[in-house]
Design a protein around this ligand. Structure first.
Ligand SMILES: C[S@@+](CC[C@H](N)C(=O)[O-])C[C@H]1O[C@@H](n2cnc3c(N)ncnc32)[C@H](O)[C@@H]1O
Ligand code: SF4
Length: 332
């Protein structure tokens, strides 16, 4: 599948739930969230059917996300089916890490995910300060996340990524300690710019911290970062090596990098069956409707092609974007 601007779509991010055991302010509104009723969420069978169709159209990479994907029941049974789709070369999961060390039939969730065929894990961690963590996420789960990261390492995942959302005045003094934390554990740390995907007040000039500023702060300590042009992970991050160390870090400058969308190869499927061609656009297309009305594979295939045809050239975040659907309900 190729869109009008030459983006070849090979990456589908699949959200399997809008529920979460945390409450990050930048992702979901503080006020009590109404979860979707069960019947409005795609079943695993429905989701797998859509993944198979996407795979037939050139998708080779799947990332399972949410909400928090590990809170959905029987997630392992679902995940286990994905590698059997022959076109899928890469399977990853994005998690807040809180449940990775949980015991599942005598092994950790992390080990069970690996046994189920998951190849890469991204864990969100914005701070090493337990109190700040609780403030940001609304939950006192810092220790569980650290245990979860250890469980992922013990399970043998390599290239575990740590995702840190940059927030001025909140975690800007955490950058170096996070970097050291990642170095000690051989994790790839990535700094992400805050995007307007929750309530409007989350993103203001007051709390926005551009990746360029984070990069400067790190360079002040370590010297000029060395660009790694050849290292790509199918995602939008730009990667660097820290001089004098064998450590890679990434920056995801969705707001300030004007070339951010040029290499976009992504499509999103929300848990309630909407295909979204771009995170930063209101466009979304209800594929659950034809799916449940009995559409055949050819019709669903055409649906995918039509959505890709309407993929915008770039996101709208810089145009005073007012979020509609919250990040938690899209799938980050
Ligand atoms: C929506 S979460 C879903 C997966 C999982 N619950 C987690 O936290 O990793 C995926 C990623 O989106 C990021 N995210 C959420 N809201 C964001 C925002 N407003 N700006 C930038 N990144 C955001 C999170 O930090 C996380 O790394
Ligand atoms: S960022 Fe992840 S952990 Fe935080 S509220 Fe959103 S889905 Fe939950």
């Amino acid at each position: 599948m190729e869109d009008r601007f030459g983006h070849r779509i090979s990456y589908l991010r699949v959200s399997i739930t809008d529920r979460c055991n945390e409450r990050c302010s930048y992702c979901m509104p503080r006020e009590l969230q109404e979860w979707l009723p069960r019947e409005d969420v795609l079943s695993y069978e429905e989701t797998l059917r859509l993944i198979r169709i996407a795979a037939g159209l050139g998708v080779t990479k799947i990332r399972v996300t949410g909400g928090e994907p590990l809170v959905r029941r029987n997630v392992l049974d679902f995940v286990r089916e994905i590698p059997s789709i022959s076109e899928i070369m890469s399977l990853g999961i994005s998690t807040n890490g809180t449940l990775l060390s949980r015991d599942v039939a005598g092994q950790t969730m992390a080990a069970a995910l690996r046994a189920a065929g998951v190849q890469s894990i991204n864990v969100s961690l914005d701070t090493l300060d337990r109190h700040l963590y609780a403030e940001i996420t609304g939950r006192d789960f810092h220790a569980q996340v650290l245990e979860g990261i250890d469980a992922a390492r013990t399970a043998g995942f390599d290239q575990i990524k740590l995702n840190t959302v940059l927030m001025r005045g909140r975690n800007e003094d955490q950058l170096i300690s996070l970097l050291e934390f990642a170095a000690e554990r051989n994790l790839i740390l990535r700094f992400i710019e805050l995007m307007p995907v929750s309530t409007t007040e989350v993103l203001s000039d007051k709390n926005f911290l551009p990746v360029a500023e984070a990069k400067r702060a790190i360079e002040k300590q370590f010297g000029a970062l060395i660009p790694e042009q050849n290292f790509r992970t199918n995602g939008p991050a730009t990667y660097y090596q820290i001089p004098g160390r064998n450590q890679r870090i990434g920056f995801i400058g969705a707001m300030t990098n004007l070339h951010f969308c040029e290499s976009c190869n992504k499509l999103r499927l929300t848990c309630d069956g909407k295909l979204r061609p771009c995170l930063g656009s209101y466009l979304e297309f209800d594929i659950m409707k034809p799916l449940r009305a009995g559409a055949n594979d050819d019709e669903l295939r055409q649906f995918f092609i039509d959505v890709v045809e309407r993929k915008p050239e770039q996101h709208d975040f810089r145009n005073n974007y007012q979020p509609d659907r919250k990040m938690i309900a899209i799938g980050g």
